[in-house]
Design a protein around this ligand. Structure first.
Ligand code: PLP
Length: 458
């Protein structure tokens, strides 16, 4: 029986979101990915234990490092994100030519996708892997609040500083912040809450000219709406809690490496050089070079800080991802309808949604988000915070919740929730005012969503 779908990158996105990276032939022909509820796995023979610990062989040993269910998710994301397969020497690439259920795919995975317990675990693991005391990360000033806290309060305790571009619409303002100690440039695909878009290709060019990678948090867009690796990104991060899983039922994260970034030249990352020297005998040199960031993230921070994704979480994300493209199409369609309605409403001062032709980010949205600019719509209501409070309280269909990316529509007041405690300057940079309301537009019937907002606003 043919089993082309395991590793065929030529298949469409929707086909791969259902089949890629999992071979039922190795799991009792179970079509849905089974949940492997195990803390540890048998070694079977004495020498195999040594080979697994030396990473000479991929396989499962302990649930904090790897698990077959979580591995299926990692392999599926690797396919959907379009990681470079040049380094697919062993394990993650063995299925690439699979055409039969019987084809052997080396179990165990140490490829370019690392599944973690939350989006914040993926972000913090990434930053710790990239920088050390004395270094800095250059970032957009509009980042998610948790990232802001990480870069301005937690990492500085360990000698790593966050430095912020003053005007993210101007790529030169990122360059102005880069110095010898810079280890990465970090931006989001669509900012929170206003879905601001940066010029990814220009920023990537600047980062690369300084020998540092571009890291993109692609949570709000998902690989269906935005393809960061095709526009210069080297590392992509997800809070899978949001659209990837899609149903508001779990917390999870992913760090994904494109592959091929040169971590070894120029002396900027001495810890990668050391890691390479220490492991090049046991791990194939090609694979190690290609995926040095993710190998080190997995073998050091994942193993010893301990934030691997649980198999149940991976299972639910896999279920959610089976409908990712369909959900995103509907999210985007509804978001545009809602944004158009808001734009025309007398009690709305302004709307921020780059899908609108009137939005300052529309040209970049057309370039980078041809399938639609996500489903986070924010607006300012006339009448200040009191009016914002009344609108949120009067909504009956939009749920008042701080989450985004659920199939169900959500509403929140950023100034008193997601951006609570941030300085006025930071709030202003993020476009958060007392009268700003953020919507995460779900997949309900758009007419019902518009009726709900009309009732609340009128
Ligand atoms: N990145 C973005 C853009 C987010 O919105 C969030 C959470 O809201 C995170 C990262 C953190 O993800 P998690 O809540 O899964 O830790």
């Amino acid at each position: 029986m043919g089993y082309k779908a395991f590793g065929d990158r030529d298949l469409g996105f929707t086909t791969r979101q259902l089949h890629a990276g999992y071979n039922p032939g190795q799991h009792n022909m179970a079509k849905a990915v089974p949940i492997y509820q195990n803390a540890a796995f048998q070694f079977n023979d004495f020498d195999r234990c040594g080979r697994l610990f030396a990473y000479e062989e991929d396989g499962y040993s302990y649930g904090r490092y790897s698990n077959p269910t979580t591995e299926a998710l990692e392999r599926r994301v690797e396919s959907l994100e379009g990681c470079d397969t040049a380094g697919a020497i062993r394990g993650q690439g063995d299925g690439a030519d699979s055409s039969s259920y019987d084809d052997f795919v080396q179990p165990g995975y140490s490829g370019p996708v690392v599944a973690m317990a939350s989006g914040m675990a993926a972000v913090s693991g990434t930053m710790l892997n990239l920088a050390a005391a004395g270094d800095n990360i250059v970032a957009a000033p509009t980042l998610y609040g948790g990232d802001m806290t990480l870069l301005t309060k937690i990492l500085p305790q360990y000698g790593i500083q966050g430095k912020f571009s003053e005007d993210p619409t101007d790529p030169a303002s990122f360059e102005a912040m880069i110095d010898e100690g810079t280890k990465a440039v970090f931006v989001e695909c669509l900012s929170n809450p206003n879905s601001y878009i940066v010029d990814f290709e220009s920023i990537a060019e600047i980062a690369h000219a300084h020998g540092v990678p571009l890291v993109v948090d692609n949570t709000f867009a998902t690989p269906y709406l935005f393809r960061p690796f095709e526009h210069g990104a080297d590392i992509v991060i997800y809070s899978a809690t949001k659209y990837l899983a899609g149903h508001g039922i779990l917390v999870g994260g992913l760090a994904v490496e494109k592959g091929g970034f040169d971590w070894l030249s120029g002396g900027r990352y001495p810890w990668f050089e050391k890691f390479y020297e220490e492991n090049k005998i046991s791990i194939s040199e090609d694979k190690l070079r290609n995926y040095l960031f993710s190998m080190r993230l997995r073998m050091t921070y994942l193993c010893d800080l301990g934030a691997y994704m649980s198999p149940q979480t991976a299972f639910y994300i896999l279920q959610g991802m089976e409908t990712l493209s369909l959900r995103m199409e509907r999210h985007v369609e509804n978001a545009l309808k809602v944004a158009r309605f808001l734009e025309a409403h007398l009690n709305v001062k302004s709307v921020s949604y780059p899908g609108l032709p009137t939005d300052p980010g529309h040209a970049l949205a057309k370039k980078y988000f041809p399938r639609g600019a996500g489903a986070i719509v924010s607006f300012r209501v006339s009448g200040g915070i009191e009016a914002a409070k009344r609108v949120i309280s009067r909504c009956e269909l939009f749920d008042f919740m701080v989450n985004v990316g659920d199939v169900k529509s959500l509403i929140v007041h950023p100034a008193t929730s997601t951006h609570f405690g941030q300085s006025d300057e930071r709030k202003l940079a993020a476009g958060v005012y007392e009268d700003t309301i953020r919507l995460s537009v779900g997949i309900e019937d758009a007419e019902d969503l518009i009726d709900d907002l009309a009732h609340a606003l009128d």
